[in-house]
Design a protein around this ligand. Structure first.
Ligand code: NDP
Length: 375
């Protein structure tokens, strides 16, 4: 038995390897905060593929998607990602562990994993179709994991991966900005005071862009401290009127959605490659509502029409999505250790206080991130 186990795992460590259960917060059905349940007997996750690692969770970050997933958001798409061929007999994702951000320590590495070893201090953003970080241990693909910034404690590090991976995907992969081409660019961040916004401001500022931010008046100092050049208070009358008085933009990152889509694209420089990237998309909502095939078709039609409509006016309309990536986090880690990006942790909850952490995120008005300290 020992020999066959060694064939699968590079190393064994910690007492957890000898147990098959662990403490975790789980949900057994979708709903409000009451569905969160603490158990000492969640199934201990194990490595199934040679490119996987187990991570002992020290801290977990909370995001609005945890609140949405608690209520069933994205369930249809996540089920397809977990079980693409619909082979599983149980057909159930429960008990489901939420939590998309982890900062912790590598426990075990699959045979193909060369970049990490047990004991390495790491961070990761966990894809929504995988079991999350509100637990003692999480299993991830090594390419989703990265060495955490040396300058950060775990509770600070856990505030960054999910929003950083989202911002990178939206601004770099979709928006086309990077450290070499941003210095003369004007960027507008709609909604600068929450998790995504506070990271986005710092990243594009570090690359030399001019950054305009919308937020509530009482968040102005925070976003200025993070590098915002111009700040527009969206609570002081129609925000679009105030923004129209400014020079036009090369890139807009929209964290707010809704009405902003109706006026934001007019703020872009036309016929100049300028892009509007919104993170508030109907993609998962459509598949929840219409099923996978019809939902994806509906999303395709919606985005296609919008792209064409705006292309005729010389600007680009895009949807942005979170994309898990260890290499992206390596880049962010360097920026953090170089002092270019810092964590903005608004509140830390203990592992026993996970429901209070969810309440905090659900109330909105975030000023940075909410984190759970696990050990
Ligand atoms: P947060 O809850 O951390 O932050 C939202 C911030 O927006 C708060 O600070 C809030 O403060 C502020 N805000 C609310 N209304 C406005 C407004 N009209 N104008 C300007 N600011 C406003 O959320 P995140 O930053 O984590 O996420 C932002 C959005 O991006 C969410 O809708 C989220 O679902 C989405 N997202 C999408 C992803 C994807 O893959 N597509 C991935 C990650 C996030 P206040 O109310 O006090 O002003």
């Amino acid at each position: 038995l020992v020999c066959s186990m060694r064939a699968h795992y590079r190393s064994f460590s910690f007492s957890a390897s000898l147990r098959n259960v662990m403490p975790a917060w789980v949900i057994d059905k979708y709903g409000k905060n009451e569905v969160l349940r603490f158990t000492k007997n969640a199934a201990l996750p194990i490595i199934h593929y040679p490119n996987e690692v187990t991570v002992k969770v020290h801290a977990a970050g909370l995001n609005p998607i945890d609140i949405s997933m608690r209520g069933g958001y994205g369930a249809a798409t996540m089920a397809m990602k977990r079980d693409p061929l619909n082979m599983k007999q149980s057909g159930s994702e429960f008990p489901l562990i939420l939590g998309r951000d982890v900062s912790g320590e590598i426990m075990e590495c699959g045979l193909d994993v060369n970049y990490f070893k047990p004991g390495d201090q790491v961070w990761a953003a966990i894809p929504p179709w995988k079991q999350g970080s509100l637990a003692e241990i999480v299993v991830l693909s090594a390419n989703e994991v990265s060495h955490k910034p040396k300058s950060l404690r775990h509770v600070e590090a856990a505030s960054i991966p999910y929003v950083a991976a989202t911002v990178w995907s939206a601004i770099v992969n979709t928006g086309g900005l990077n450290k070499d081409n941003s210095s003369k660019k004007r960027v507008l961040v709609l909604g600068g005071s929450g998790g995504v916004g506070t990271l986005a401001i710092q990243m594009v500022k570090a690359w030399g862009a001019h950054v305009t931010v919308t937020c509530s008046q009482n968040a102005e100092q925070l976003v200025r401290d993070l590098g915002a050049d111009d700040v527009v208070d969206y609570t002081a009358g129609p925000v679009e009127k105030q923004l129209q008085t400014l020079q036009k933009f090369d890139l807009i990152l929209d964290n707010i959605g809704g009405e902003s889509e109706k006026w934001a694209l007019d703020l872009l420089k036309p016929w100049n490659g300028a892009k509007y990237v919104t993170l508030v998309t109907p993609f998962l909502h459509n598949t929840d509502l219409l099923g996978l095939a019809d939902g994806m078709m509906q999303s395709g039609v919606t985005i296609g029409c919008k792209v064409l409509k705006h292309l005729r006016k010389g600007v680009h309309y895009r949807w942005g999505f979170f994309a898990p990536s260890g290499p992206t986090l390596d880049e962010i880690s360097e920026m953090v250790d170089a002092g270019k990006v810092r964590p903005v942790v608004e509140e830390v909850f203990s592992f026993a206080q996970v429901p209070q952490g969810f309440q905090k995120v659900e109330q909105g008005h975030a000023r940075g991130k909410t984190v759970v300290s696990i050990i």
